[in-house]
Ligand binder design. Structure first.
Ligand code: OOB
Length: 547
């Protein structure tokens, strides 16, 4: 495997191969096979373009040729930060064929995140759209190329020398013909993270293909399906659970869209006759806010899969009531691997109250009490997992790996779960220090380091505060140097100047005389979370107009 990765032990790899979980094919070969069986099926569509499988594979071949002409080699890294455009799919396939490893960055990332990723990964290229949502990505990419030694190439979907516009040359070999090791790294996903900056998650061709195929099966995705990808497609969930990759392998249609406004979603669902909609709970809540006359726009929808964050039972029940033809499916997953799904044949009660069961028969789960012992059945504990699509280590992160993985290779998820009698998991909380803002993870430590860099701030703690739609938002508790003032706007301005993605900025500021500490000097975040939840509840309980 690529240097810096933790391979699966031989006996596990042998078993996963023997039992048919891992096949000897690359992602490019698998998609090429789907293309041979159904070249004229529409594979991807966005608001600008529609491509059949054959056209997609052809575009991927041209992009792959450009990557190679520029001298990018197997194992080189490219940061991918594209909006939900069809070009994402062809670049992804080109990478899968040439062995250039994409690092899945989010369009919301700004200088701080991108500079870290490029530098840490030694990326030689970055793929962007010149401008997106009013932000000038082209200028930022040029600044990064100036400042980061490894970065040589900027591939822009709308740039003058866009690789997507390259004409076919003799060397535009079709995807799936360049070989590659199915058991080596295909791509890097990003971890939600708990300590420091996000870690890179190496996923192999074999494990990721299994992931996407099994997820497609449990979601009932087939050649007649149309899946709406509205979440940023660089995320594991819309990328391969079953997402874009599951759709390509199933010869289903992936419809990519950038807007997550409920009205726009309903319009797209109707216009494109969408059958599958992977979403975070916040988007499901958004759909429930549509006026009743829009109900019929969701008529084509068969399965709505909610994950990334706990779907609350009332929301699930309301979805079932409002659209009785629809199956609500929950997924509890993570970029590190493990996926749990409720099944389409489960009762509404199971699919409304649990977060599903492991995708694979070979997934191994442990639920441990705080002493590290197996929790009694039905009791809550930390979830650990191991299996044919769960990584054995983050990339180049030996110290973190010693904490995050047990000696025998189980990943400590940081999630608190209990087992429902049905064998499904219920996610009850977490021990990791992050804020889950509508499914987007905010790493507390990463943002605290930025807050502490402010000259007026002497201590900082970022904690989750409850929110009816997003589940959680970030609240910053800080202490200040004497005789200085700071308000939320100024603090957010400061984070903007440091190039921090906006979704990570605190949405409330609490200035305190001191932060509560444990006797070993750690900040008592549970107490801060309780405090801010109470303050918000009091404010909400107060009748309108009252002081
Ligand atoms: C998905 O992946 P990540 O890597 O962004 O985040 C993983 C974490 C989990 O460890 C858990 O804390 C939380 O997100 N989470 C859920 C959940 N699904 C994810 N917490 C409660 N209930 C759920 N249903 O978020 C992800 C990856 C693949 C598929 C779906 C989601």
């Amino acid at each position: 495997m690529l240097d810096g990765c933790t391979p699966y032990p031989d006996e596990f790899a042998a078993r996963y191969i023997r039992d048919g979980y891992w096949r000897k094919e690359t992602i490019a070969e698998a998609v090429a096979t789907a293309c041979r069986s159904n070249p004229d099926a529409i594979a991807v569509a966005d608001s600008r373009r529609t491509l059949t499988l054959a056209e997609l594979v052809d575009e991927a071949a041209r992009v792959a040729a450009v990557l190679q002409q520029r001298g990018l080699r197997r194992g080189d890294r490219i940061v991918v930060q594209l909006p939900n455009f069809a070009e994402f799919a062809s670049l992804f396939l080109a990478c899968m064929d040439t062995g250039v490893v994409p690092i899945m960055a989010l369009p919301a990332f700004r200088r701080a995140e991108l500079e870290y990723l490029v530098t840490f990964a030694g990326a030689r290229a970055i793929a962007i759209a010149n401008e997106y949502r009013g932000f000038d990505h082209a200028t930022l990419a040029r600044e990064l190329r100036r400042d980061c030694r490894s970065l040589e190439f900027i591939f822009s979907v709308d740039g003058d020398d866009s690789p997507w516009n390259a004409r076919s040359g003799d060397d535009a070999a079709p995807p799936g013909t360049r070989g590659g090791d199915p058991f080596d790294v295909a791509l890097f996903l990003l971890s939600g993270g708990t300590t420091g900056m996000p870690k890179l998650i190496p996923r192999t061709h074999a494990d990721y293909l299994y992931n996407a195929r099994a997820a497609a099966e449990v979601s009932g995705l087939d050649g007649a399906s149309r899946i709406l990808l509205a979440l940023p497609v660089e995320h594991n969930f819309p990328l391969a659970c079953p997402g874009l990759l599951g759709a390509l392998l199933s010869e289903a249609r992936a419809v990519m869209t950038q807007s997550t406004r409920p009205q726009d979603l309903a319009t797209t669902i109707e216009a494109e006759q969408i059958t599958h909609f992977p979403c975070v709970p916040a988007l499901a809540i958004g759909l429930l806010g549509l006026p009743a006359e829009d109900n019929s726009k969701l008529r084509s929808l068969r399965v709505i899969t909610a994950g990334g964050q706990r779907l609350q039972e009332p929301t699930a029940r309301e979805l079932c009531r409002r659209w009785p033809h629809l199956k609500v499916q929950q997924v509890f997953g993570m970029a590190e691997g493990l996926l749990c799904y409720t099944h389409l044949e489960d009762s509404d009660s199971i699919s409304s109250t649990t977060q599903g069961r492991p995708l694979s028969l070979l997934d191994e789960l442990k639920i441990l009490d705080p002493m590290g012992e197996d929790a009694a059945r039905g009791e809550t504990g930390e979830l650990l997992c191991r299996g044919p699509y769960t990584i054995r280590g983050y990339w180049n992160a030996a110290d973190r790996n010693r904490e995050a993985f047990t000696a025998d290779g189980f990943y400590r998820t940081g999630d608190l779960v209990r087992m429902h009698p049905s064998g499904n998991l219920i996610v009850a909380g977490r021990v990791k220090d992050l804020i889950n803002r509508g499914g987007e993870k905010i790493n507390a430590e990463e943002i605290e380091a930025h807050l502490l860099a402010h000259p007026s701030v002497t201590a900082a703690a970022l904690v989750a505060m409850p929110d009816a739609t997003l589940g959680e938002r970030a609240c910053a508790f800080i202490t200040l140097r004497s005789a200085v003032e700071l308000d939320l706007d100024a603090l957010r301005e400061f984070l903007a100047s440091r190039g921090v993605a906006r979704f990570k900025w605190p949405e409330r500021l609490e200035i305190v005389a001191e932060l509560p500490l444990t006797n070993v000097g750690k900040i008592r975040k549970a107490e801060l979370r309780r405090l801010i939840a109470e303050r918000i509840a009091i404010k909400e309980a107060r009748p309108a107009g009252a002081a």
